[in-house]
Design a protein around this ligand. Structure first.
Ligand SMILES: O=C(O)CCC(=O)C(=O)O
Length: 309
């Protein structure tokens, strides 16, 4: 089924407030190319909470696979980056997809990462200091041999075509080194101000990822940029930037998260879950704490709801 949507042109690059940590050169690169790589932006300590949350989920999956007789060993001593791959070796894509192509569990480590001041500083440079964490964030275990690991060409906006939120900025962070072999991110530069292109749901992976046809990609006549980056790097792009990732041909899992942020005066997209107020210079007292997020409250305390700014 083909669908087509038009999105408004991007106001994200107009009248951007001062603040944040990016240099003018970095902002100019983002404005021009539609993405920005911050190499080794976060250290091991800053990733530790998310990594623990991922390990916790793998423990739960290992227990379930073991209980269902699908594995004979929980592989508790296996390294973080290969345990999930080893658990699913010999199992089917369907076995893997029972757990979802990506995860959105409410585990404290993910909240810590989404609230990381360095991430918010970078985002503030692009959209100002009133920052809402969009409900769509994904923890991605890209497991070798699982077709759902490779994400076809798409614009994130094709997942929320009717939302009135603009811009939504993705901050994509690998928790292990992301390489050509394990399926790094690829972008089509200078597509960030493009309208939302025609797309369809692909039928190869069992996930119905949204996909832009190859002819449309070729029509841009643009060189694809592969972005292999070290663990803890951050890749920023908006929800009209066209991107994809390749299959994992390594023997380990390419763990990553994609976090999303937008200005607070935009549609909070409740149909996708509860996001949260991550930073506010105007209302710092309302910034959500862990307990708010765990209770699906978008801001500190129960009432009133997030005020428009
Ligand atoms: O992590 C990947 O492989 C793809 C990520 C992606 O498509 C996204 O963050 O929108």
């Amino acid at each position: 089924m083909l669908t087509s949507h038009q999105a408004n042109q991007a106001p994200d690059l107009v009248g951007r407030p001062q603040g944040g940590c990016l240099s003018q050169e970095q902002i100019d690169f983002y404005d021009h190319e539609g993405y920005l790589v911050l190499e080794r932006y976060l250290g091991d300590q800053e990733l530790a909470g998310a990594r623990d949350a991922m390990s916790h989920k793998v423990d739960m999956i290992a227990d379930e696979l073991f209980a269902n007789g699908l594995v004979v060993d929980r592989l508790e001593a296996a390294p973080f980056d290969s345990r999930l791959a080893q658990l699913f070796e010999g199992l089917s894509d369907q076995d893997f997809l029972q757990y979802g192509r990506s995860w959105r569990d409410r585990l404290p480590g993910y909240f810590d990462l989404m609230s990381n001041p360095k991430i918010l500083d970078a985002v503030e440079s692009l959209i100002g200091g009133e920052v809402f964490a969009n409900p769509v964030y994904n923890v991605r275990p890209k497991v070798p041999g699982v077709a759902a690991g490779a994400v076809p060409w798409h614009q994130d906006r094709s997942y929320w075509p009717d939302a009135n939120s603009n811009p939504v900025i993705t901050v994509w962070i690998p928790v292990v080194d992301s390489t050509h072999e394990n399926g790094c991110l690829h972008v089509l530069p200078r597509t960030h101000r493009t309208r939302v292109l025609e797309y369809h749901a692909e039928t190869r992976t069992g996930t119905a990822y949204t996909e832009i046809g190859e002819e449309q990609i070729r029509a841009f006549g643009r060189r694809v940029v592969a972005l292999p980056v070290k663990a803890g790097s951050a890749i920023l792009f908006n929800d009209r930037n066209i991107h994809m990732s390749t299959p994992n041909k390594s023997d380990h899992v390419r763990w990553s998260v994609d976090l999303r942020y937008q200005p607070t005066d935009q549609d909070p997209m409740p149909a996708h879950g509860a996001g949260f107020l991550a930073r506010s210079h105007k209302h710092p007292e309302l910034v959500a704490r862990l307990e708010d997020w765990l209770e699906h409250r978008p801001q500190r305390g129960a009432e009133p709801v997030l005020p428009p700014v």
